[in-house]
Every structure is written in C-alpha cells, then in structure tokens.
Design a protein. Structure first.
Lengths: 406, 166
C-alpha cells in the first residue's frame, strides 16, 4: 500500500539550486503533442525543464488479466490493441511465443509472408511517426503526404484481412487466409514507388531550417544511458548501440534476408529522425526480397488439432469438422512451460512472456513493450533544456500509449 | 526447431552446459545462490535465492549480459511459494538471453530492487508492485503506475476476479 497519494514531484522539495519562481506544469493527458493520453508533470524554471515525471495508466485496460481468461487463439485480437499502430508486429510476437511452447513448425511461405507483413507494418508505423513528429514541430504538410502512403498500406491490409487497423491476421500455426490474388502485385506496386516518396519527405524536412534547428542537438541520449534506461530500437541505435533483434537474434527466417542496420553516434532527435528514414528504405529492401523469393506451399502448419481446417474441408470431411468443433469450443492444450519471445517491433525490442500450465488458456501473458521503457529516458533527454524541446523529444522517441498502459 | 534439448535441474544443466557464461559467473561468485537451473526451449533459466537477486543481477551484468529487458511476476496461487519473478536479460555481445527466476512467499512478499544495477527496472518493478503487490526494497519511487493511487487490491493476482465486482 502506498502512503502518499498524488504526484511525487509536487510533494518533493524543489530541485537543487531552485529559485522561488519554479513552476510545476502539467502537459497532458489531453495535449495535442502527447500522442495519446500521456501526462507529463514538468517542473520548470522559466522555460528550462528542471524535472520531468511521466504519469501513465490512463489507458490501462488490464489486457494481461483479460488474456488469462481467453483461449490461446483469442488473445491474438487483444494484442492488436496494444500497439495499435503496428498490429502485425504484436500478432507476430505472440504467435511466435505460443508456437515455441507448442514446438510447432511453421511452413516457409507463412514465415516469409510474416516477414513481409512485419516490414509493411514497420513502414506503416514509421509513416505515422514521421507525419505526427513533423506536425508537432510545425511542418503540417508532411502529415498529408505520409498519410497518403499509409492509406495504401491500410488498403493492402484490408484486402488481406478485411480490417484496416486491427488486422488479427496471424494465427497460431500460420496465417488466417491465403492472401488475395492481387496482393503481391499491389505490394510490388507500392514499394516500387515508395523510395521516391521517402525522398519527397526528405526534401520537405531534411533541408528545412526550422525542422533542423528544432531537432539538432536536442534530446541527447548517450549510449550508456540508453542501455541503462532500457531504451531500444531506433532510439537506441540513434545513440550508437548497434543491436537489432532481426539481425542478431533472428526469428521467422529473418536470417535469410540481407539488410543494413543503421546506427548513429550522435544521439539527438535528428539522429533518430535520420535512422528511421534509413530504416524505411531497408524495410523496402526486405519486402522486395520477400516478394522475389516467396516460397510456395501452405500458409498453415500441419497440425490439425491446433490449426483450424479450411472451410471447404470442414464442410466435406467429418474429421475436419470434429477438429474444427473441438478447437472452437475447447481451444487446444499447450504443454507446460514458459517462453519469452523477443522481436524487433517498429519501436524497439518487444517481448512476450507466455507461461502455460498445460491447459487451453494461458496462465500468464506479459508484454514487454518498447515504449514503456523508452518513456523512462524522457527525463534524461529533456533535463536542462527548453520546455518547447519536450514536444520535439516526445515526438522523436515515437511512443504509443496503447502499449505503455496496456 | 533446434531447441529440442531440455535439461531440467541444476545438476543436469551444470553437467551439460558447463561453459555457459552466466552459469560460470554465477558459480564463481556464489555457488549456493544458484538454487535451480533449467534449459528449456532454448532458454536458460537460473533460479536465484530470493535475498541474492541484486548481487546476482550485478554478477550476470559483469558476465556480459548488459541489457535488462523485462521483469514480471507469475502468481502460482494457491501453491507455495506463491510468486515467481522472472527477469529477462539480454547480452548484446553474446546475442543471447537468460532468465533469472526468484521465488517469493505469499505473505508480505518482498525482494530487493535491482534498480541500482539497471535503472531501467524502475517502471517494471513499479508495475509488478502495482499489479501483484510485491514490495521492492530499495526502489527509489515505489508507487502504483497503472492503477489509481488509492486503488485497493492487486489486479493480476489469481485471487482477484477477471470480471464482475470484487
């Protein structure tokens, strides 16, 4: 039980060297640059940030608790709602974790399609980041351009799964449906023109003196701080730590793809901006490789007691009908054990920890989401800087409150 | 998958994986702090005595496991010891992950905070404190993080209902 109620920054003595004019300012929860419902309690001296305290939990819906009452497959739609800007990455991470518990072999085509979709999701997520980040800084135009491209990705997702955002397309043991006939052509058409679009954003922003001045030398994070504070993904690589789970601890046949992992030693908002732009180009390369080398074969594992049968078989074969009925009504039992599966989501290292007690419902599911840890570094990045820089920093670390509050 | 090998129990793991850097460091530091070990599905799990976790974390950090990823708890209610804490730590150089496991009793559960070793554990320990009610001694700011400050109970405990009123 806590003895104190309220925000500690309001109760604690003012920061060292404080003058009388220190002020405590609430940014959020309803603030246009807070990317959701994040509340920052900021202690300022004039316009200089002395201390900063993120207050979270406004979106807490107890997803981890809800998971414990669902069958394994029913958890997949819940994972969409964590990081709602990159649903496929969440699906992938969860499915990989459960598949490892089941020791299930996934067909190659499904693995490659998963990689392709994970990278499309990365583009999708980075496009939103770029648009909103530029908008926070005051460059409104870019937002319209990035959302034009994002729209095409969402249409591809819609053709694939019937949903634009909460796709729930992944299944334990593979994917839910064969992709539609025009899927590969559409993706090819999209990535053929996409590198030019990145040039277009770059033309709008990279040479823009306002954008440059707002980001350069702002929000500095050293490599040691990034590791100490648990920062991952593009933010960590922007500080010079060269680590990417896709390359260093590959999953879902990422080891078969060639791509570069951009890093920068500078560690400011500008470095993070540049790294994400390069990451988008690398994602395009991965998608191209996936399209070129897409293997043939099934998209579901051969495990009739775990994977739902095809609709056609279910209607014509007795055995498939029985399996279908069993899976839908009772779920499938997962062997006892615990698995921690990490993937590189668009925001950094995502990890799902799934504990099974041998029944059809997960005993415990825990989500390690990158934004949650990244938020801890916010004070380090903003301390001693201008209040207006907080907006630039919050934009540049690319957080999503859905996965922070869960 | 190349994860077929499974070793359960401290003796089996020590015999088959004597060169594992985390185990080597742990044995060099304090052999009795390592109470159990498991290698399952490609993941190394080291069970640490509850009062040794901070030093154990510092030991594996020195052994090259430099990046703290996650800590969470599992409630094994009604069995005893009730809580299991799982620390997941990644090594950037070895490209490998280990899990440190601590078992805590249900009555007034408390362990030492590892925020002195990895400041990034701050939010994670607050989350475990909030949702499981496990106290972390030495934590700089142990307050609820998800639930409101005046909330009663700890939602992720197994005796806390999933739906309906309490």
């Amino acid at each position: 039980m806590t003895d104190t109620i309220g925000t500690p920054i309001l109760e604690a003595a003012a920061a060292k060297g404080a003058h009388d004019q220190h002020m405590v300012l609430n940014m959020g929860p309803q603030h246009p640059s807070m990317h959701g419902v994040l509340r920052l309690v900021v202690e300022i001296d004039g316009e200089i940030v002395m201390r900063l305290y993120p207050e979270i939990g406004y979106l807490h819906t107890g997803i981890e608790k809800t998971c414990e009452a669902k069958f394994y497959q029913q958890v997949v739609p819940l994972t969409d709602r964590l990081d709602y800007l990159s649903p496929m990455a969440n699906n992938l991470c969860y499915c990989l974790a459960v598949e490892r518990l089941l020791a299930l072999e996934i067909p190659e085509k499904a693995q490659w399609l998963r990689v392709l979709l994970a990278e499309l999701t990365r583009l999708n997520s980075h496009l939103i980041w770029l648009g909103t980040h530029a908008m926070d800084i005051g460059a409104l135009t870019v937002f319209l351009y990035t959302f034009r491209e994002r729209e095409e990705i969402l249409r591809i997702f819609e053709g694939l799964s019937g949903q634009r955002m909460m796709t729930s397309y992944f299944r334990i043991g593979g994917l839910s449906l064969e992709p539609p006939i025009d899927f590969f052509d559409r993706v090819q058409g999209f990535i053929r023109t996409f590198p030019e679009k990145i040039d277009e954003y770059s033309n709008l922003l990279t040479g823009n003196p306002i954008f440059r001045n707002r980001l350069k030398d702002v929000g500095y994070l050293s490599a040691a701080d990034a590791i100490a504070l648990g920062v991952t993904g593009p933010n960590m690589r922007g500080s010079g730590v060269d680590f990417d789970l896709r390359r260093d601890m590959p999953y879902s046949s990422y080891e078969k793809f060639q791509f570069q992992v951009p890093t920068s030693k500078v560690g400011d908002c500008w470095a993070r901006y540049e790294i994400r732009l390069i990451e988008m180009r690398e994602s395009v390369k991965i998608i191209q490789q996936a399209l070129d080398g897409m293997p043939q074969g099934p998209i579901k594992a051969d495990a009739p007691k775990i994977v739902l049968p095809d609709r056609e078989k279910m209607k014509t074969q007795m055995e498939s009908l029985i399996h279908h009925f069993k899976i839908v009504t009772e779920g499938f039992a997962v062997p006892q054990g615990e698995v921690y599966q990490g993937i590189e989501s668009p925001r950094g290292q995502m990890g799902y920890y799934v504990v099974s007690d041998g029944t059809a419902k997960p005993y415990r599911v825990h989500f390690r989401n990158p934004s949650f840890a990244t938020l801890q570094a916010l004070e380090t990045m903003c301390k001693g800087r201008m209040l207006a820089d907080v907006v630039a920093v919050v934009g540049s670390i690319d957080i999503v409150l859905g996965e922070i509050d869960r | 998958m190349a994860e077929a090998k499974t070793f359960i129990g401290k003796a089996a793991v020590l015999e088959s994986l004597p060169d594992h850097p985390a185990i080597k460091a742990m044995l060099f530091w304090h052999p009795s702090a390592l109470t159990d070990a498991k290698f399952d599905r490609g993941e190394m799990t080291l069970t640490i005595a509850a009062d040794q976790i901070r030093e154990a974390a510092a030991t594996v950090q020195a052994a090259g496991y430099n990046f703290f990823e996650d800590v969470t708890a599992v409630d094994w209610f009604p069995s005893s010891p009730r809580f299991q804490l799982s620390y997941h730590i990644v090594s950037h150089s070895l490209k490998e992950r280990i899990r440190l496991r601590v078992l805590v009793d249900g009555a007034e559960p408390s362990v030492e905070s590892i925020t002195a070793v990895w400041p990034s554990a701050n939010f994670y320990e607050r989350e475990v404190f909030d949702l499981f009610g496990i106290h972390f001694a030495g934590h700089p700011n142990l307050r609820r993080i998800m639930m409101p400050d005046d909330w009663q109970g700890h939602p992720l405990r197994k005796d806390y209902p999933v739906e309906g009123y309490r």
